[in-house]
Design a binder for this molecule. Sequence first.
Ligand code: PDD
Length: 287
Amino acid sequence: MTTDIVYLNGEFMPLAEARVPVLDRGFIFGDGVYEVVPVYSRNPFRLGEHLQRLQRSLDGIRLANPLRDEEWTKLILEIVARNSGEDQAVYFQVTRGVAPRAHEFPSAAKPTVFLMSNVMKTPPREQVDNGVPCITSNDFRWLKCDIKSVSLLGNCLAKQLAVDAGAVEAVMFRDGYLTEASASNVFVVRNGVLLAPPKNHLILPGITYDVVLELAHANRIPVETREIPEQEVKTAQEIWVTSSTKEVLAVTSLDGRPVGDGKPGPVFRRMHALYQEFKQTVMRRAA
Ligand code: PDD
């Protein structure tokens, strides 16, 4: 559930009072970018990295950042303070602002800045212990998936295919190779080696993806970052999805067939424990 107070263009206000003009290019064209930052014990996790990715996304759509990092940080801390829940997920987005409808960029629009915070819902214990079902899908999105754009129709369509099939995520393939899932990155374990698709224009450079790779390196889990053919995913011993809100979650069935022995595998259990421990350490340091 969305809690009460949001921020819109310079003001904090109750969610029910926040209004955006219908000619906002976010509404008309999906012309904007966004971030989701997990907050544990009221401390934003990897905020610097999220702000860097926001800048990258803004550069990718040629929109000047309306705020400096210090200003973003202040707003994010304030939205956390004004909302309930020790653990929250802060959502923030920038659109190109309000202008008469024309595809080309307006010369003088003011970007729309919006922040809200939801109580953070990490996967329930049952999903962590048993894993989740996923389906596969063609990746029919555009070719700039590294931009965290609010134009998420392709992702929404893929997610709904998963939900229609009683699954949690759609694991996507483009030209026979793994890209990512509809709202998360994907890792695969084969013969004890953790495989990650390379960060390029075909996937979102996940902040959680980076944490997982750092933890793997630090704990001597063998890693290969390379293109992963569909067949290697379908015959993997383990498949994981990762995101700021899902953290690390095992996929235990794919298109109705068990992954490995149908239970979260040993490499997943190790990584899940490492991730939880890492989170605690970082948060203790921040407190
Ligand atoms: N989505 N790939 C896609 C397409 C995503 O939408 C997300 C996250 C990720 C993982 O990125 P990160 O680890 O930085 O959260 C990968 C967010 C959580 C969302 O849209 O709600």
